[in-house]
Design a protein around this ligand. Structure first.
Ligand code: BES
Ligand code: ZN
Length: 614
């Protein structure tokens, strides 16, 4: 983004909430599957911060604006749409009416582009049911501007409401509470669905899904939604949701959002989960059949406090969302399954961090806990660094500031103090310093290295290895095995390991020198590794096979990245295939054939990974 266009508080936005601020968003949109567009208007209630402000500056991306007017007087307003700057879209400058009123409602009539980066439109053929189309959104980090002109910065929070007109028979869901039943509209074949999110939220939490959806109740405040083919499986998989919510409330305080529903999306959903308020979005790759991947739900539930109540003020401070969420997620898991499970998960996370830093290079500025995002696409900067470096920082602070007893109280107090606000790293640090005033360990704390240095964290906590030891030992035996000798392994090696431990076993092997293809084949014979359905295991297994240069598994790896679009899996597999001379061209060809099934963000980053440009 050009420096002159920058918002002073957010390098990823043009908006100027320091001059005039959006205080409410009301959407009235028609879902047009034929033209793959949303068509209608938004009413932005705004409040002047500077009394003489002349312009309202908004973010927009690929939107076609028809007209902008003052809702009270219907006076048409001048506006200017600047040339788009790659991922950031176009600065939209609206000339405010000459009035001394400090509050206004500005209506913008517009339509989205069929290329809107926040939306994926699926034809009936691309769905499970094959009969009805499907639409879903993914706004985080900065894609909301492709659905609605707005102050697309998480430093601004506002309530929102919506009236969505969609073809009759389709279910519409939003990150909000439904108001009444859908009303068939006078124009035949459509119905109007109303929603309200009364709690102020940043724009990246606005979400919509439209499809032939069904639901099952899974708890007193929860239903799971999906196409009917998934719904039973999903109800089983996520049956522990209420226990998770209750445990989260113990740690964080009351759940303020009323309902907590889950939506299982089509396989192209690019993330594991997305914490849309009232309605977490999850990938169908969580449907392992044995609840072994439901930890992701704990993560998204945790965002109901860290992220959705206490929000990063821009995406340079993303760790305020994700690092805190990893930390609290593992606290909750510790309460549910024992403290050593918390440590075990942290050990796994540290491995993911090391992998990410190795892949990016230890001097890469995006590996800093608080990176500089000026001119950087947040999707390109995205990695596990804010997640796991942030977790490590908080775990280390807990250790040096008196342990869990003391730190749990701090955590509750921090959430209570900053709820409904958007904050940066300094706000956290100042609050921590105030809370632990006079603590000698904090006075000499090396903030600069933790926050601003690339590479691994300066201190690695000594985690309890009780649950990891069996994984490390088994991995060491496989590495040490001399293939001239008979294989000293049997199926019962895995008997006492749960799915998370099998995943950890593979993660340890992946970090070591590549195993020979012979060893990986032997492992498949003894353990039936190729049969495992758990996606985390399958992902690591395929990577291990590719690293060993086992050719037979190349087509399975290609199938895996075609069948689902979760970037966490798709990117490393494509990168592995690209790094192997024999499969490089195959990977590129495969991506070109399948990219039309991927969501924009996934296609964008994979295309860069495969050095194809955008
Ligand atoms: N908020 C993130 C997903 C996200 C991040 C979307 C950045 C867009 C931009 C979500 O809470 C998340 O972290 N999901 C993880 C799962 C989690 C268990 C670490 C994922 O998708 O893998
Ligand atoms: Zn998260």
């Amino acid at each position: 983004m050009s420096q002159s266009g920058l918002s002073p508080g957010d390098p990823s936005s043009y908006s100027r909430p320091d001059e005039v601020k959006v205080t409410n968003v009301h959407l009235k949109l028609v879902v047009d599957f034929e033209k793959t567009r949303l068509l209608g208007h938004v009413e932005l209630a705004v409040e002047k911060v500077k009394p003489n402000v002349k312009h309202l500056v908004l973010d927009s991306k690929d939107l076609k604006i028809f007209k902008i007017f003052d809702k009270a007087t219907e006076q048409l307003l001048d506006y200017n749409i600047a040339d788009p700057v790659h991922t950031f879209g176009s600065k939209l400058t609206v000339t405010l009416p000459r009035t001394t009123d400090s509050k206004l409602v500005i209506q913008i009539n517009y339509e989205t582009s069929s290329e809107a980066s926040a939306l994926q439109w699926l034809t009936p053929a691309q769905t499970l049911g094959k009969e009805r189309p499907y639409l879903f959104s993914q706004c985080q980090a900065i894609h909301c501007r492709s659905i609605v002109p707005c102050q697309d910065t998480p430093s601004v929070k506002s309530p929102y409401s919506a009236e969505i007109t969609a073809p009759e028979g389709l279910v519409v869901l939003m990150s909000a509470v439904r108001v009444g039943d859908p009303v068939p509209s006078k124009n035949e074949g459509v119905a109007v669905h109303k929603f309200e999110q009364k709690i102020p939220v940043p724009t990246y939490l606005i979400a919509v899904a439209v499809g032939a959806l069904e639901s099952r109740e899974i708890g007193p405040r929860s239903r799971v939604w999906s196409e009917k083919e998934y719904v039973e499986k999903a109800a089983y998989e996520f049956a522990e949701t209420e226990v998770m919510l209750k445990t989260a409330e113990d740690v964080c305080g009351p759940y303020v959002w009323g309902i907590y529903d889950l939506l299982v999306l089509p396989p192209s959903f690019p993330y594991g989960g997305m914490e849309n308020p009232c309605l977490t979005f999850v990938t169908p790759t969580l449907l392992a059949g044995d609840r072994s991947l439901a930890d992701v739900v704990v993560h998204e539930i945790t965002h109901s406090w860290t992220g959705n109540l206490v929000t990063n003020k821009n995406f340079e401070h993303f760790w305020i969302n994700e690092g805190f969420t990893m930390f609290v997620e593992r606290k909750i898991l510790g309460k549910m399954h024992g403290e050593n499970y918390r440590h075990f998960m942290a050990i796994g996370g540290l491995k993911d961090l090391k992998d990410a830093i190795d892949a990016r290079g230890k001097d890469n500025p995006t590996t800093c806990l608080v990176p500089d995002l000026r001119g950087v696409d947040p999707d390109d900067a995205f990695s596990v660094c804010p997640y796991e470096k942030g977790h490590t920082l908080l775990f280390h602070l807990e250790t040096i500031l008196g342990g869990a007893g003391v730190f749990d109280d701090f955590l509750k107090s921090y959430i209570d103090h900053f709820k409904y606000k958007s904050i940066g790293t300094d706000d956290f640090r100042d609050y921590l310093n105030g809370y632990f005033l006079g603590n000698k360990n904090l006075e000499k704390f090396d903030w600069d290295t933790w926050l601003r240095s690339p590479g691994m964290p300066p201190v690695i906590p000594s985690y309890d290895t009780a649950l990891a030891d069996a994984c490390t030992r088994l991995a060491a035996r496989w590495s040490a095995w001399d293939e001239g000798e008979p294989a000293p392994f049997e199926a019962s090696d895995l008997r006492d390991l749960n799915a998370q431990q099998v995943r950890e076993f593979l993660a340890v092997l992946l970090q070591g020198a590549p195993l020979s293809a012979g060893k990986v084949q032997a492992m498949d014979r003894v353990y039936g590794m190729g049969e495992r359905k758990n996606a985390e295991i399958r992902f690591r297994w395929l990577r291990l096979a590719l690293k060993s240069r086992w050719k037979k598994l190349v087509s399975e790896a290609l199938d895996f990245v075609a069948q689902q679009g979760r970037m966490k899996y798709v990117r490393p597999i494509y990168r592995d295939l690209y790094a192997w001379d024999e499969t490089k061209e195959k990977a590129i060809k495969h991506f070109k054939t399948h990219r039309h099934n991927m969501m924009h963000v996934a296609a964008h980053v994979v295309s860069q990974d495969l050095k194809l440009g955008t």
